[in-house]
Each structure stands twice: as structure tokens, then as C-alpha cells.
Design a protein around this ligand. Structure first.
Ligand SMILES: [Zn+2]
Length: 444
């Protein structure tokens, strides 16, 4: 019999949106949750490791549905526009793995990469096998046209540095989807309008004809791949929804008819509010140029109106930060605060958007996103009550432990001291305060 971990006495927010349960007990057996109950109903054995967690809150590991893993994880100042062009794919892949680790330490046990290719699949495999610590990666393959949003990140003078070779015409589009299926991606990402961070295009630019979009979605669905569509404009959103995409990214121009279409089809909306806020407030400091800042500013209010309309009508919202070269990894929970502050979602609804709804949108709702027997033990333990104050989740010091498939990580491990060294500290030195071990027990 394996040694089980018993988390006891904390408040449980189980990710379903139901009422929080006080004085809960959750039993972890290997990689899965074995039991959920309270002290009276859950029997423990002498071999169980039992932790008294009164005063804390346990929730499902959070999910960020929109990130770009292949971004600079280092601290040396770099040109955000050129980093991907100047850095080899091998080096970018290592940064991607570091970004997945940073997401995990921020309480996010799953991230969906929304502009991937072979490097993101590599990181996904490494995380699936626990070769490195990090968030689980749901990897996409980006299918984009020449001069599309994805393509305009790379200057025309550097064609050979494109991260995603473009696909034009129905046949090439189908072939690119098939190539990604062969690589082992989980979903296809398309762009059906221009973007804000791409250079030289306009958000109003048409990205793909209806026939190309229909071919991509048809081919993806035939190969069991979901489709996420980046779209800002009414025309781009309409084309994506008519073709039957599964999640809409940004969705800056939704009217009542489009909201109805989303409700009818069960399309999820991933608003990515934090990248808008970040670009407006820190964009120029981060090296963005006027064109990018102007495009972001023009879209910001429109997107808020659009997302509020969708939320009020009952469209399922999912949390996605758009963490990237522009907005570094580690700030994923800001999106949760913004969904509450700017859209008016209650903290309970926001937590659903970042757990069970997100897991459903990614097709992994049967394994993660809620705390129930048989689910992966993807859990986040926090010191505080996120239902009263979501900012608890954005404060790293309040995050006490993150479990992904039962393996525990200390969110503040970078600051901690190995137990062997901590035990040898001299108490007389005022610089040496209370030792914090990085061992499993200390993390919880
Ligand atoms: Zn994005």
C-alpha cells in the first residue's frame, strides 16, 4: 500500500462553483485524489501523512488557457520583438520549459499554449513524464496565412526565422493540420483577424477566407483536435464561429447575434484582459512601439463591452492571460482579478473560469479542474480565502503548496534553503531568520 497524503481541516473550494466546504479532508493516493470528505467520514491509517491545514483554502490547480511558452524566461534585457528571431529553437525550448515551471509555481497546474509547434510538444512530453517540474502543457499547432497575425511577428527580411511556416489555400491548410496531428499537438490555433502585437498588419485585416477556415476546422475535428480562434473583429469572429471553432480568443467585437451563436454552439470565450492592461500600462517600458500600443488602446474598451455582453448572456468564460515575451510568466492570476473587477464576475465564477470551465474547454475536464475522487491530484493550497479576495492568488507568499498529479512543489522554492543547510544555521547570526526547508513537508 502506498503512503497517502491527507490534507485536513482546510476550506475546500472544489472548482464546481458550489459552496465552499469547511473543515474538509482530501486524500491523495499517488497521482490521484482518493477521497474527499470531512474529518468524520474519512478514515486514515497510521501510514498516512496527515497535515493539519486549518485556516487555509484548498482549490483545484488553476488553468491558464492562453500562454505563449516560447518566450524569454531570462532577466537580461532583450528586444521583445526580435527575441524569437535571434534565439535558436533549442534555446527557446529551454525557456519554454522554464516558463512552464514558473506557471506551476504561480499555482497553475495546466497551461494551454496557443501558438505552438514541435518545441511546445517537446515541453508537453517532458512535463507529462515529470522529467522536469512544470505545469502540464496543452499544446497547439498554429495554422496561419502569409501576412496573417502569426506571420507578422517575423519581418519579411527574416523569412527563414518564421516560427510557423504559413499555409495558404484549402489544401495547404488541411495538410498543415495533418502535420500537426502527426506531431502530437492537442489542438489547432488559427487567427481569423489581424492582431495588436504583430507589426505591419491591422486588426481589421481578413485572416483566411471562409473556405480555408472551414477546411482547417473540419480537418482538425476529424482528427480529434479542438480549434482555438484568435479574432478581434466582427467579420473574423463570425467566420470562426460559423466554421464551428471551440474557443474564441480575445473576442473584442461581439454583438448580440454573435453571442447567441456562441451560446447555441457552446463556444467558450477566453478574453485575455491582462495583456491589454499590461500593454496599456507597461507596454512602452517593455519596448513596444507606437503601432502596437495604439492598436491595443483602440481595442481595450471595445473588448470590455464585448466580454461583459457575453458574460451577462451566459457564455462560458475561461481564464487566459496571454503571458508571453511582452508580459512575463508568473503573473497569471492577474487575469482572475480583472475578470472580477472589469467584467463583474463573482470570485466564485472566476474560480470556475480558471478551473472546471477551463478544463472542459481544453477537453480534460474528466481529469482536472475539480476536486473529486478519481481526478488527478492537481491542487493549490493558499493561506487565505480567495472567495473573499482573489488577490490572495496573485500573492506568491500566500501560495503554500501546488500539487500536480500528486507531486508537490513549493511556490516559493527559489527563496528556500535546503533542509541540510538550514539545520546548520547558527542562531546567533541576525541575518539568518527562521529556516524554511524546501522539502515536501515544509512546502505544506
Ligand atoms: Zn496570444
Amino acid at each position: 500500500m502506498t503512503e497517502r497524503t491527507v490534507l485536513a481541516g482546510m476550506t475546500l473550494v472544489d472548482g464546481t462553483g458550489g459552496a465552499a466546504r469547511t473543515n474538509a479532508t482530501v486524500v491523495i493516493d499517488g497521482s490521484v485524489i482518493a477521497e474527499v470528505g470531512d474529518a468524520d467520514t474519512v478514515a486514515t491509517t497510521p501510514s498516512d501523512k496527515v497535515y493539519d491545514l486549518r485556516g487555509m483554502t484548498l482549490l483545484p490547480g488553476l488553468i491558464d488557457c492562453h500562454v505563449h511558452l516560447r518566450s524569454n524566461a531570462g532577466t537580461r534585457p532583450q528586444d521583445v520583438q526580435l527575441w524569437n528571431m535571434l534565439t535558436s529553437a533549442e534555446e527557446q525550448t529551454l525557456h519554454a520549459a522554464a516558463n512552464a515551471r514558473e506557471a506551476l509555481r504561480s499555482g497553475f497546474t495546466t497551461v494551454r499554449d496557443t501558438a505552438g509547434s514541435l518545441p511546445e510538444v517537446a515541453v508537453k512530453h517532458v512535463m507529462d513524464e515529470h522529467v522536469l517540474d512544470g505545469a502540464r502543457v496543452v499544446a497547439s499547432g498554429l495554422v496561419g496565412m502569409t501576412a496573417g497575425h502569426g506571420d507578422m511577428f517575423c519581418p519579411a527580411t527574416l523569412d527563414e526565422k518564421r516560427m510557423w511556416p504559413p499555409a495558404d489555400g484549402v489544401d495547404e491548410c488541411r495538410k498543415r493540420v495533418r502535420q500537426y496531428a502527426r506531431m502530437g499537438v492537442d489542438l489547432i490555433k488559427i487567427c481569423t483577424s489581424g492582431g495588436t502585437l504583430s507589426l505591419g498588419d491591422k486588426t481589421e485585416w481578413r485572416n483566411y477566407t471562409d473556405a480555408e477556415i472551414e477546411a482547417i476546422v473540419d480537418e482538425a475535428h476529424a482528427l480529434d483536435l479542438r480549434v482555438a480562434a484568435h479574432a478581434h473583429t466582427r467579420a473574423g469572429i463570425t467566420a470562426a464561429l460559423v466554421a464551428g471553432v471551440d474557443t474564441l480568443e480575445h473576442g473584442s467585437d461581439l454583438d448580440e447575434d454573435l453571442v447567441e451563436l456562441m451560446l447555441g454552439q457552446g463556444t467558450f470565450l477566453c478574453p485575455t484582459l491582462s495583456i491589454s492592461e499590461f500593454m496599456t500600462e507597461h507596454g512602452s517600458m517593455r519596448g513596444l512601439v507606437t503601432e502596437q500600443l495604439d492598436k491595443a488602446e483602440q481595442l481595450r474598451e471595445r473588448r470590455l463591452t464585448s466580454v461583459r455582453r457575453a458574460y451577462r448572456a451566459g457564455v462560458r468564460i475561461i481564464a487566459g492571460s496571454d503571458s508571453s515575451n511582452t508580459m512575463r510568466f508568473g503573473n497569471h492570476a492577474r487575469e482572475l482579478e480583472l475578470l472580477h473587477e472589469q467584467i463583474g464576475m463573482s470570485p466564485a465564477e472566476v474560480l470556475v473560469a480558471a478551473t472546471s470551465a477551463a478544463a472542459d474547454a481544453l477537453g480534460i475536464g474528466a481529469r482536472t479542474g475539480t476536486v473529486a475522487p478519481g481526478m488527478w491530484a492537481d491542487l493549490l493550497l493558499v493561506d487565505g480565502d480567495p472567495l473573499a479576495d482573489l488577490s490572495v492568488l496573485a500573492d506568491r507568499r500566500r501560495l503554500r503548496a501546488v500539487f500536480r498529479e500528486g507531486r508537490v512543489t513549493d511556490p516559493n522554492a527559489a527563496e528556500s534553503v535546503p533542509g541540510a543547510l538550514a539545520a546548520r544555521r547558527r542562531p546567533s547570526d541576525p541575518a539568518r531568520t527562521t529556516p524554511r526547508a524546501s522539502a515536501q513537508a515544509a512546502a505544506i
